[in-house]
Structures are given as structure tokens and as C-alpha cells.
Design a protein around this ligand. Structure first.
Ligand code: HEC
Ligand code: HEC
Length: 340
């Protein structure tokens, strides 16, 4: 998203020359405005050490110093830890929004406690960051958008495919990070697979999946290569700006569910990477109708995708399938798992 914004910014300057002056005026006034908001040290003396003032929390005066003192040592520069550059506002906004920033600094279960290997931040610093996050409206125009059939959505269509085909243990999950490439979240995908918005040919991600030499192609044999439709979808997503977008289908068809139209595409995009060929995770193959119908009949398919007690939650390492898809699976199974 960052690269994309920079690109369109450039276009504005170079293509629309008449806007030159306006941009200049805008930039100058932004600078002047932001200067006025800088806290005045003499007017606002430092609060005593035992007090924590979170009434006036700003990014420049409150957030940057905390990150500078505690996080930039690892999370900035050319090779930031976890591919996360916290001196970059877009990346900071990303982890602020998705909860992992607070989870990490509050040492909540499921997050790696931060700062890594060092004492926990003071309560005041934690409260200050929490206040900033709750005060800030992080603009993400694409959340909750109705699905448009001409747009490829990262969260719905690209991430599940990459996680199941590539972001698995032993390959490009955060623990293995083969060749430094991590394919399990937007920020890592953009950075470690060098995705260049608008330019599939120049993006490592696209090069990896279209490589003609099987020794270099991803996913490597014995895994199946991505099929032509999946490759075209990734190409289209990059051409459309490689945004971190998502959409919701407000209409959920649960009446005429067919294996070919509703069930198999989901399996193909979110499960097959771990359940096909020689990769028989849990001893389970989901390559064709009869294998899927057999697992469905045992109750394990629904148990796994509904995250029921006693079953391993699926897709492993991925987000739960959305409710519409789960309802469609239930309907197909109650119809008797037809091969239609
Ligand atoms: C000494 C180096 C170091 C420092 C200092 C550090 N980090 Fe990290 N950070 C890491 C490493 C390494 C990882 C990857 C950990 C992993 O995946 O196991 C990471 C991961 C993270 C993640 C992702 C965590 C998750 O579980 O999703 C966040 C968010 C994060 N750091 C935020 C911070 C913040 C905020 C600070 C400062 C308060 C900070 N880090 C300071 C090294 C550091
Ligand atoms: C990242 C790899 C990965 C992905 C993606 C994945 N699985 Fe699995 N699956 C596994 C592993 C590993 C196991 C064995 C887990 C265990 O035994 O705890 C497993 C087990 C299962 C089981 C048996 C669960 C049980 O408790 O009996 C079912 C059913 C299943 N997967 C279905 C699916 C379906 C359906 C999808 C797609 C929606 C999917 N899996 C996506 C790795 C994956």
C-alpha cells in the first residue's frame, strides 16, 4: 500500500503540472501546522516521574520517543526484526490496528513479548501507546467493502492461497522463513517477497510462482505448482496495486450449493497446499471429491473448519473461514455431499 501511495503521489506531481503550486502550498502549510502542534517544553513541564499524563498523546511527541528508545534498535534500518519497520508509519499503523502491537507489549498470550528479551515497558509507556491507538482513526478505505467481482481482494483471495501453499512449516512460515521469505501476513509478503504494486514482472513473488525451472519454482516439487487461474489472480492483485484489501459478500447463497462452484474452490485455495500430493498433513488428502466426501462423512471436515472442541482447527495457521462459507459446507454435507 505504501509503495502504491508513493507512486500515485509521484504521478500527481509529474503528470498534473498545474497542481504543482497547490501541492507546494499544501506541503508548506502542513509543515507550519505541525510545528504549531509541537509541545512547548517551557509551558508543559515534565510531569513528575510517578504520574502519567495521557491527556495529550500525539504521534510525534509521545509515540515516536517510546519507539525510538525501545524498539527502533531492532525494528528499523535495512533488516528490521520480523520484517517490521516501526519507524515507517504505515507499518506501525498496521500492527497498531491488527492488535499485535498491544498484544506484544502487554505480553499477551499468542504474541511474542516485546521488546524482545528486554524488560517490559513501563505502565505509562503502555498506556500512552494504548491511548494513541484508541484516539487514532487509521484510514483503511477497504474494510467492510462489498465484494466487487472485478477486484482481487488480498484478505479473501490472496492471503489464504499463499498461507496454504507457501506459508507452511518448513517453508515460508515465520519460524522457517526459507531464504528470508515469509508469506503469512501482508507486511511480510510485501517486504520479503518484494512485491512491487503495479509491476508483477518486477515482483519476486510473481517470479517465484511463474519460474519455468522446476528447481526454482515455488511451491517446489513434489508440491503442485499454482494453477493458471491462481497465478492470474496474483498477477491481477499486483496490477491493481497490491493493496491490503478485503470485502464482504452481503449476499450468501446457501440454496444451490454445488461441489464444483462452492466447495472445491475453497479447498483449492485454503487447504490443498497442506493436504495434497506428498503433503498429507494429519494423514488427510483433499485432492478430489471422494476424498473430501469421506472426510466430510466422518464429521472431521466440519469439526475442523468450525473449530469445534476435539478437532484441530483448520485452516491451520490461517483465519477461520467466513460464516457464509461454513454455512455452504454444512448445506453441501446435509445434501449428502453430491459431486455436482
Ligand atoms: C532486541 C530486538 C527487539 C526489540 C528491542 C523489539 N523487538 Fe519486536 N520483534 C523482535 C523479533 C526478533 C521479532 C520476531 C519474534 C518472533 O516472531 O518470534 C519481533 C516481533 C515483533 C512483533 C510481532 C509480534 C507478534 O507476535 O505478532 C511486534 C508487534 C513487535 N515486535 C513490536 C515491538 C515493539 C512495539 C517494540 C518496542 C516496544 C519491539 N518490538 C522491540 C525483536 C525486537
Ligand atoms: C498450513 C497447513 C494446513 C492447512 C492450510 C490446512 N490444514 Fe488441515 N491439517 C494440517 C495438519 C498439520 C493437520 C494435522 C493436525 C493435527 O493432527 O493436529 C491437519 C488436520 C486436518 C483435519 C483433521 C482434523 C481432526 O482433528 O481430525 C482436517 C479435517 C483438515 N485438516 C481439513 C482441512 C481443511 C478443510 C482445510 C482448509 C479449509 C485445511 N485442513 C487446511 C495442516 C493444514
Amino acid at each position: 500500500m505504501l509503495y502504491f501511495r508513493q507512486q500515485s503521489f509521484k504521478n500527481n506531481i509529474f503528470v498534473k503540472n498545474s497542481k504543482h503550486i497547490w501541492l507546494f502550498v499544501l506541503v508548506v502549510s502542513l509543515f507550519t501546522l505541525s510545528c504549531k502542534h509541537e509541545p512547548d517544553d517551557t509551558a508543559n513541564p515534565e510531569p513528575p516521574a510517578d504520574e502519567c499524563d495521557t491527556t495529550l498523546v500525539t504521534y510525534n511527541a509521545s509515540v515516536i520517543p517510546i519507539l525510538q528508545n525501545n524498539c527502533y534498535s531492532c525494528h528499523s534500518g535495512t533488516v528490521p526484526s520480523a520484517g517490521l519497520d516501526l519507524s515507517n508509519y504505515d507499518q506501525l499503523a498496521f500492527v497498531a490496528q491488527n492488535g499485535s502491537l498491544m498484544g506484544a507489549i502487554k505480553h499477551e498470550p499468542g504474541f511474542t513479548p516485546m521488546p524482545d528479551g528486554l524488560p517490559k515497558l513501563s505502565d505509562c509507556d503502555i498506556n500512552t501507546l494504548a491511548k494513541w491507538i484508541s484516539d487514532t482513526t487509521f484510514t483503511d478505505p477497504d474494510i467492510g467493502q462489498e465484494c466487487d467481482p472485478d477486484t482481487v481482494y488480498f484478505q479473501n483471495e490472496i492471503l489464504p492461497l499463499l498461507v496454504s501453499s507457501c506459508g507452511v512449516a518448513g517453508c515460508h512460515d515465520p519460524e522457517t522463513a526459507e531464504d528470508g521469505v515469509i508469506l503469512t501476513d501482508y507486511t511480510s509478503i510485501m517486504q520479503t517477497a518484494d512485491v512491487r504494486p503495479g509491476n508483477p514482472e518486477g515482483s519476486d513473488l510473481y517470479e517465484m510462482i511463474t519460474e519455468s525451472d522446476p528447481d526454482d519454482r515455488m511451491p517446489p516439487p513434489p508440491n503442485q505448482p499454482l494453477n493458471a487461474e491462481q497465478i492470474a489472480r496474483i498477477e491481477r492483485w499486483i496490477l491493481q496495486g497490491a493493496l491490503d484489501n478485503s470485502c464482504e459478500n452481503n449476499q450468501c447463497d446457501t440454496l444451490n450449493i454445488t461441489f464444483g462452484e462452492h466447495i472445491f474452490p475453497v479447498i483449492q485455495n485454503t487447504c490443498l497446499g497442506c493436504h495434497s500430493g506428498s503433503v498429507q498433513s494429519g494423514g488427510i488428502l483433499l485432492t478430489n471429491h471422494s476424498q473430501i466426501a469421506e472426510i466430510a462423512a466422518s464429521g472431521r471436515l466440519l469439526g475442523a473448519i468450525k473449530h469445534q472442541n476435539g478437532y484441530s482447527p483448520m485452516p491451520q495457521n490461517g483465519a477461520r473461514l467466513n460464516q457464509c462459507i461454513i454455512t455452504q459446507f454444512e448445506k453441501w454435507i446435509s445434501d449428502g455431499t453430491p459431486n455436482n
